[in-house]
Each structure stands twice: as structure tokens, then as C-alpha cells.
Design a protein around this ligand. Structure first.
Ligand code: NG6
Ligand code: CA
Length: 512
């Protein structure tokens, strides 16, 4: 942490401490699923399987129908969540590679920093995917993995460093790879380390889950991954055990911090590929491992709730559940997600999914629950994961300097389900980092802007979606939530207004 940020933290901490004596601040548990779509929970309309624990959270709190994550891929959503800043404003915030460096500047005032200033113990458990180590160097897998979560505000971390489909399959805690035997060092790279190194191509017949695109490099646990690695055998996890580990670590964190306010960011790897739920969840739904993994995720939420109940913390804990991007079926492995989909609508009524600018890419479940403080109900207010920094700062009465969290809006009252409370009026959405594909929702109007234009005014929407679309499209979400009818020629004035507002927000460099 640089001197300026340290000083700011100390000064702000002092001013918060000097404030009038208040009742104990509520704990906050932020639960983020991976690739969970709007329609993937029974409380959001799934009918062919049940998610009882999350449904209970929703039944006891607010379920948002216009809840968003910032981007339709993981890294930019997480970047925006923790910095309160739209990821498209910062280069290098797209899907992070296995050897990626920490993409959040250490002198950025982050959401966990704000919680620390308010006197919270802060922890992150689960998927990280924001890089580790310095720019130009990346992670030193056999040494200290700094800078990392500690340098941007987390007191504690227990991580899956990248994604479960990217190498290496190890846990990181205490800024080191857990259980790493120095006599078996870990090497991670993007080139085959030796001509005879077994891969998903050379040993395809040995795989327990075959790949469909990408994901054909180093094999671990019978599954080939993105990227190559060797060594660290004792440190490697079994995919089947990840959910159990997150529960074990989350319980321990909650128990340890039960006597003072804590902020836990539980970032599940479920339901990202490779979808390999524990054996006890395999086959429990009609749609294969994709929805089996949803049941596993729901179970982890239930275990966290049980822990809170046991410790008598439910009435003192705000729980927020969300996702990092919309759903995808074939994301690189042949796990029959599409073949067994049946009538299940993973994005609910919405078009598109992961990698897309359409609603299915970013309109995702958001549920808030705080027993005795949040009334039960369904909210149509627009709220986004990027708003949690400013909103949780408001919850803890922590001032946010005008230079920090520049796109995070205080929508606390809407999150708490207060009568008449308003969420956002407008929101910028993006797909992956850097390419300039943006969507802009203002009230019920939505403009999509795909950056690259061919001579025919069409572009390829995303490397995987491969849909040709006009550069600009305009939809009215109140009459056409599925974005079927492009109104750009019928409503040129609306289109012009949205284009101008979007450009002004981009040019301003912030929107708060
Ligand atoms: C893509 C991967 C996809 C997934 C995604 C990141 C290929 C062909 N596709 O590049 O499988 O890993 O990155 O997902 O390799 S996210 O949810 O973490 O953003
Ligand atoms: Ca994701």
C-alpha cells in the first residue's frame, strides 16, 4: 500500500471511530456465484429443480428483478465490484490469464478498504481471478504471491487463484500456495514445458470430461485445462472438493470473527466450467452437472446460513447474493449442459448470456436478506454489483472520498427494501474488457453499442457468440424485455439521447 492510501485509511478510520457511539454494525456476507443466470434459481422461475436455501433467503428478503452485474464476464465484474469503477475505463481488466498480475492498483480505495475503515475484519474465500503479483512479473507461485488480496484491503484470503479451468489447481492462503512442497516446485506457463508433456490433445482418451474448445492443455484430475503447469502435486485440489472447502473456510472465518463486525466475500467457483460437483451432488437434477452444480452452490449457501443461525448472528448479518455474469452452456467442455437443458431457461426471459451485451449477459440474480431489517418482497429497482462499495459505505457510515469508487452509486435504501427507495436510473454494461462493446440502460430504454464495425455496419459480437449485429441497437425493456425488436430507426431521438448520455459518461471518467 502506498503512503497516501495508508494515511487516508488512518485518517478516515479515526474520523469513523470518533463518530457518535452506535449499536454494533451488521456483518456483511457477499455471496457471488459464477456464471449463474437470471433463471437458474427456483425463486427466479426455474421449475425442474429446487434451490431451497437461496429461495429461503429470497423469501425473507428482497429479490431484485433488475439486479445486474457490471459485465458479462468474470474479471471485469469483480474489478468493478471491488473498485466501484467501470472496468472499461481501465486497460487490462478483461478475463485474467493464469499468470496474470494483480489488476487493481494498490493505491485504489476499494470496497474491502472501506469496510476496514469502518472497523470490519475483511475476508475473501473462493474464486479470485483478479491476478496476483506485480505488473510485469505476475505471480511467483513458489514464493510470496504479493501484491494480492492483502494489498487491496482483505485481512484474510483463501483462494482459487484464477478459475477452475485455468491452471494451477491449488489453493492460495497467507499469500502462498497451500501445502506446496519446496522439493516439487510449481511451474505455470503458456507453452508446453516438454515435448512429452501430456495434454488434452495427446491424452484425450484418458480424460474423464472431454473438452469442446480451448481447455486442451495440462491435464489434472482427468480434466485438461487452459494453460500448462508442472509440479506442486501435494498442493493440488480435486475439483469435487472445492465447495466443501469453501464451506469449511467460511465457517471458520465466521466463527473466528463472530464477536466483531466482519465482511466476508464468498466467491464460489460454481457453476463455472469444468462443472464437477462433489459425487454426492452428481445426478441430482435432470440437466446434468450444470444444474447439479447449482444445487451444490445452494447447499453451500445453506451451510453458511446454518452457521449464522447457530452463532445467533442472523439478525446482525446482511447477506447479499449475486452472480458475476450470465449463463453459458458449452463453455469449453462436453458436459451435456445443452443436450440435457430441456425446457430450463438459464437466462430466464432474457436474450443472450455470458459474453453478451443483451440482458441475459448481466441481468442476474440479486437477493438481499437481513432478518428483522429487510422486509420480504420483490423489487424492480435497478441495482448493480458495482454499487456495493458506495452502498455498504453508507451502511457503515463511512465517507467515500469524491475521487474514489467513481461509478458506484449509493442504492442502500433500495437494497434494504425501504418503501419508495429508488435504485439507479441508468447503468453502463460491458462484455469483456477493453474492446469497447457497451450497453447503456436509461430507465426502460437500452442502447447496445458494438465497437468494431465492418463495411456492412455489422460486427461479430463476441468471439464465442459469433452473432452479427448492427453497431447500434435500441430496445424498450418495458415492452420488449427479450430485446427482439430493434427500435433504432423508429425512435431516432431516443437513440441519439442515449448515445450522447453514454458518451458523456465515458468522457467524464466517472458517473458518481
Ligand atoms: C474464456 C474460456 C471460458 C472461460 C472464460 C472465463 C476458452 C475457449 N474459453 O476464454 O471457458 O474460462 O474465458 O470465464 O478458453 S469467466 O467466468 O471467468 O469470465
Ligand atoms: Ca463467470
Amino acid at each position: 500500500m502506498n503512503r497516501q492510501k495508508r494515511l487516508l485509511l488512518a485518517l478516515m478510520g479515526a474520523s469513523v471511530l470518533c463518530a457518535k457511539a452506535e449499536p454494533r454494525k451488521p456483518n456483511v456476507i457477499l455471496i457471488m456465484a459464477d456464471d449463474l443466470g437470471y433463471g437458474d434459481l427456483s425463486c427466479y422461475g426455474a421449475t425442474s429443480f429446487k434451490t431451497p436455501n437461496i429461495d429461503q433467503l429470497a423469501a425473507e428478503g428482497q429479490r431484485f428483478t433488475s439486479g445486474y452485474c457490471s459485465a458479462s464476464t468474470c474479471t471485469p465484474t469483480r474489478y468493478s465490484l471491488l473498485t466501484g469503477k467501470y472496468a472499461f475505463r481501465t486497460e487490462g481488466t478483461g478475463i485474467a490469464p493464469p499468470n496474470g498480475h494483480l489488476i487493481i492498483d494498490q493505491d485504489t480505495l476499494t470496497l474491502p478498504d472501506l469496510m476496514k475503515i469502518a472497523g470490519y475484519q475483511t475476508g475473501v474465500i473462493g474464486k479470485w481471478h483478479l491476478g496476483l503479483g506485480e505488473k510485469g512479473k505476475g505471480p511467483d507461485w513458489n514464493g510470496e504471491l504479493n501484491p494480492g488480496p492483502r494489498e487491496i484491503g482483505f485481512d484474510y484470503h483463501f483462494l482459487l487463484p484464477t478459475t477452475n479451468d485455468r491452471v494451477p489447481q491449488v489453493y492460495v492462503t497467507n499469500s502462498r500456495v497451500l501445502n506446496l512442497d519446496p522439493s516439487d516446485p510449481l511451474w505455470v506457463g503458456d507453452q508446453k514445458p516438454s515435448p512429452d508433456h501430456p495434454t488434452g490433445v495427446s491424452h484425450r482418451e484418458s480424460l474423464k470430461m472431454d473438452w469442446s474448445h480451448g481447455h486442451n492443455a495440462t491435464i489434472h484430475n482427468g480434466i485438461s485445462r487452459i494453460g500448462y503447469y508442472t509440479g506442486g502435486q501435494k498442493a493440488r485440489f480435486r475439483d469435487e472438493d472445492l465447495a466443501d472447502k469453501w464451506v469449511q473456510e467460511s465457517k471458520a472465518f465466521i466463527e473466528k470473527n463472530q464477536d466483531h463486525p466482519f465482511f466476508l466475500f464468498y466467491a464460489s467457483h460454481d457453476i463455472h466450467v469444468p462443472r464437477i460437483p462433489h459425487e454426492r451432488f452428481q445426478g441430482v437434477t435432470p440437466h446434468g452437472f450444470r444444474s447439479d452444480s447449482i444445487i451444490q452452490f445452494d447447499w453451500t449457501v445453506g451451510e453458511i446460513m446454518k452457521t449464522l443461525n447457530r452463532l445467533n448472528l442472523r439478525e446482525n448479518t446482511l447477506i447479499i447474493l449475486c452472480s458475476d455474469n450470465g449463463p453459458v452452456m458449452d463453455d469449453g467442455y462436453q458436459d451435456e449442459a445443452l443436450e440435457k437443458l430441456g425446457e430450463h431457461k438459464a437466462a430466464g426471459p432474457y436474450k443472450g448470456g455470458k459474453y453478451s451485451l443483451y440482458e441475459g449477459g448481466t441481468r442476474t440474480p440479486i437477493i438481499t436478506s437481513w432478518k428483522g431489517h429487510i422486509p420480504a418482497g420483490v423489487s424492480e429497482q435497478i441495482v448493480c454489483t458495482i454499487d456495493l462499495a458506495a452502498s455498504l459505505a453508507a451502511l457503515t457510515h463511512t465517507p467515500v472520498p469524491s475521487t474514489a469508487c467513481g461509478d458506484s452509486k449509493n442504492v442502500l435504501d433500495a437494497l434494504l427494501g425501504k418503501t419508495g427507495a429508488k435504485g439507479r436510473h441508468s447503468l453502463i454494461q460491458q462484455d469483456n474488457g477493453g474492446r469497447g462493446n457497451l450497453a447503456y440502460r436509461s430507465g426502460d430504454w437500452k442502447l447496445t453499442k458494438h465497437a468494431k464495425r465492418s463495411a456492412k455496419n455489422t460486427i461479430v459480437e463476441s468471439p464465442l457468440a459469433k452473432i452479427k449485429v448492427p453497431q447500434f441497437q435500441l430496445f424498450n425493456l418495458s415492452t420488449d424485455p427479450a430485446e427482439k425488436t430493434d427500435l433504432i430507426t423508429e425512435h431516432p431521438k431516443e437513440a441519439q439521447r442515449l448515445k450522447q448520455e453514454l458518451q458523456a459518461l465515458i468522457d467524464a471518467g466517472h458517473s458518481r
